[in-house]
Write a protein that binds this ligand. Structure first.
Ligand code: TYD
Length: 139
């Protein structure tokens, strides 16, 4: 069963340069899965929250490219909050965990890589359903 400790905050390479810094990510290296999808969340009003749900299969990797927000991960027993506010950190979240993104700063930009194509069937949207699946050992 997936637990909170399976979430990993990963420091990315940084090339510091007076002309501007550069960071990068590679699949199956910093990102521990093959990327099938990339999306981004932008123009979020300051203080807003999104994404209270779990995925059955999709693994994700989230970078705060700009600004800051909090990612709350929850395995049904424990919760942990990660504040992402640097573009050289990525948060890896395996499938089977509840996650919410909260307190977006104005003009923040969240970049998300996924291991699966978009499928609405992959979402668990009700927290009670999530807890039931966890206690049944399904996720
Ligand atoms: P959703 O995942 O529900 O956003 P959040 O969890 O952050 O509130 O996605 C919002 C809408 O965007 C939903 O109608 C489905 C669509 N969508 C796609 O079509 N493809 C995607 O890759 C994602 C992430 C969302």
């Amino acid at each position: 069963m997936v637990k909170i400790d399976d979430v990993k905050l990963i420091e990315l390479p940084r090339f510091l340069d007076a002309r501007g810094n550069l960071s990068f990510v590679e699949q199956l290296n910093h990102i521990p899965f093959e990327i099938k999808r990339t999306y981004w969340i932008y123009d979020v009003p300051g203080g807003e929250s999104r994404g209270g749900h779990a995925y059955l299969y999709n693994k994700e990797f989230i970078i705060a490219l700009s600004g800051a927000f909090d990612v709350i991960v929850d395995d049904g027993q424990q919760k942990k909050k990660y504040t992402l506010n640097r573009s050289y950190y990525g948060l890896y979240i395996p499938s089977g965990l509840w996650r919410e993104i909260e307190d977006f700063s104005t003009n923040s930009l969240a970049l998300e890589f996924g291991s699966e194509h978009y499928s609405k069937e992959d979402y668990i949207r009700k927290y009670d359903d999530f807890l039931k699946m966890k206690s049944d050992g399904k996720i």
